[in-house]
Design a protein around this ligand. Structure first.
Ligand code: NAD
Ligand code: UDP
Ligand code: UDP
Length: 350
């Protein structure tokens, strides 16, 4: 049985001596590592709207200042360029730890493979350790964004949180999935041994506005290819499946998890399951009816199917996704169209 926290620890407010705020909804000081990235910046939007003081810690490896630029003048907001592999001193109440090079292009770049793989693993291990050390020192609550990749190429379908996974420890994806598995291990160690309040989210494939255009993940690839009138690249036979979650649903889930009383892990994903060929078809229906398909070789160790069992999150967090793929894709496409247009205009200026 998973452990739960029966009471909240007193919050250390550093030198300010302010009254505890984690229960009363007054100004919570929250740090979001990776907050200039895709998911992080949407989370920051919601935390800022709630009235938190938000510190984003990001090294801009894949994140962009543009994603949070609208807060730079806001006195409740701070942006720190910092690599979480290095220690950092902050006084905060909550830590959302998202920092991680997360997309396949970034951890598989042909020529930088070794360097980036070790960097990815290092971020997951050293970065998570530092954030847990910080959480321990200031008695902050710590949430880690783990991933459905901890289930590997699953032998159980759909995946429940109780499944231990089927992961190749020495493959090209290991830096990411084993990195996250280690991060979960560290998180539970700090919880059990150091009394840190922790939360673990296992995120399934998520899409939405602000994803990197050249991210390499399937939804961003298909959408930008359809907008640029290029063929959508289907890897392998396209029969492998994934479940796609819209980013606002994920942010709601992460906050419900942080505010709730359960450690987790919790699957956060949309159980709607699609083959890559079906995904291409939905892109045709919602973005461009004439979009074509081009088949390419698949990558090594590609999981053949993935779909979350979210009964635990439904029951204990009272959370479930609301946005369907057909509703979410057009929202993402309008952001992608604007950015692709800007890119083309930028090229014309040269
Ligand atoms: P992203 O690449 O847009 O965001 C990651 C952010 O972390 C970027 O802003 C990047 O610059 C920053 N970062 C990377 N390494 C860093 C370091 N060493 N120090 C400081 N900052 C660093 O990716 P995302 O999709 O927003 O992912 C956010 C989190 O959610 C990641 O932990 C990822 O593993 C997890 N996740 C995402 C998905 C998904 O489908 N988007 C699925 C499963 C898990
Ligand atoms: N750490 C940090 N900020 C803090 C406290 C700790 O970055 O406010 C780092 C610290 O440098 C160490 C890691 O977190 O590398 C783990 O800290 P912990 O105190 O648990 O371990 P120790 O330093 O005792 O090995
Ligand atoms: N994929 C694809 N075309 C692309 C990019 C990815 O068919 O242009 C496939 C990939 O082989 C995988 C699935 O889409 O089977 C999801 O890949 P992604 O990298 O988005 O996520 P992950 O594999 O991490 O779940």
């Amino acid at each position: 049985r998973e452990s739960t926290t029966s009471h909240r620890r007193p919050v250390n407010h550093g030198a300010t001596g302010r009254v505890p705020v984690s229960v009363s909804r007054r100004r919570i000081r929250t740090v979001v590592t990776g907050g200039a990235g895709f998911v992080g910046s949407h989370l920051v939007d919601k935390l800022m709207a709630r009235g938190d003081e938000v510190i984003v810690v990001d090294n801009f490896f894949t994140g962009r200042k543009e994603n949070v630029v609208h807060y730079l003048e806001n006195p409740r907001f701070e942006l720190i360029r910092h690599d979480v592999v290095e220690p950092i001193l902050l006084e905060v109440d909550q830590i959302y730890h998202l920092a991680c090079p997360a997309s396949p292009v970034h951890y598989n770049l042909k020529y930088l493979n070794c360097l980036l793989n070790s960097y990815d693993y290092k971020t997951n291990v050293m970065g998570t350790l530092n954030m847990l050390g910080l959480a321990k020192r200031v008695k902050a609550r710590f949430l880690i964004t783990s991933t459905s990749e901890v289930y590997g190429d699953p032998l159980e379908h759909p995946q429940k949180e109780t499944y231990w996974g089927h992961v190749n420890p020495i493959g090209v994806r290991s830096c990411y999935d084993e990195g996250k598995r280690t991060a979960e291990t560290l998180t539970m160690d700090y919880h059990r041994n150091e009394g840190v309040e922790v939360r673990i989210a296992r995120i399934f494939n998520t899409y939405g506005p602000r994803m990197c255009l050249e991210d390499g993940r399937v939804v961003s690839n298909f959408v930008s290819q359809a907008i640029r009138k290029q063929p959508m690249t289907v890897y392998g036979d396209g029969k492998q499946t994934r479940s796609f979650q819209y980013v606002s649903d994920l942010v709601d889930g992460l906050m419900a998890l942080m505010e709730g009383d359960h450690v987790g892990p919790f699957n956060l994903g949309n159980p709607g399951e699609f083959t890559m060929l079906e995904l291409a078809q939905v892109v045709r229906e919602t973005i461009d009816a004439n979009a074509s398909i081009e088949f390419k070789d698949n990558t090594a160790d590609d999981p053949q199917k993935r779909k979350p069992d979210i009964s635990k999150a439904k029951e204990l967090l009272n959370w479930e996704p609301k946005v369907t793929l057909r509703e979410g894709l057009p929202l993402m496409a309008s952001d992608f169209r604007d950015r692709i247009l800007k890119e083309i205009e930028g090229d014309d200026d040269k």
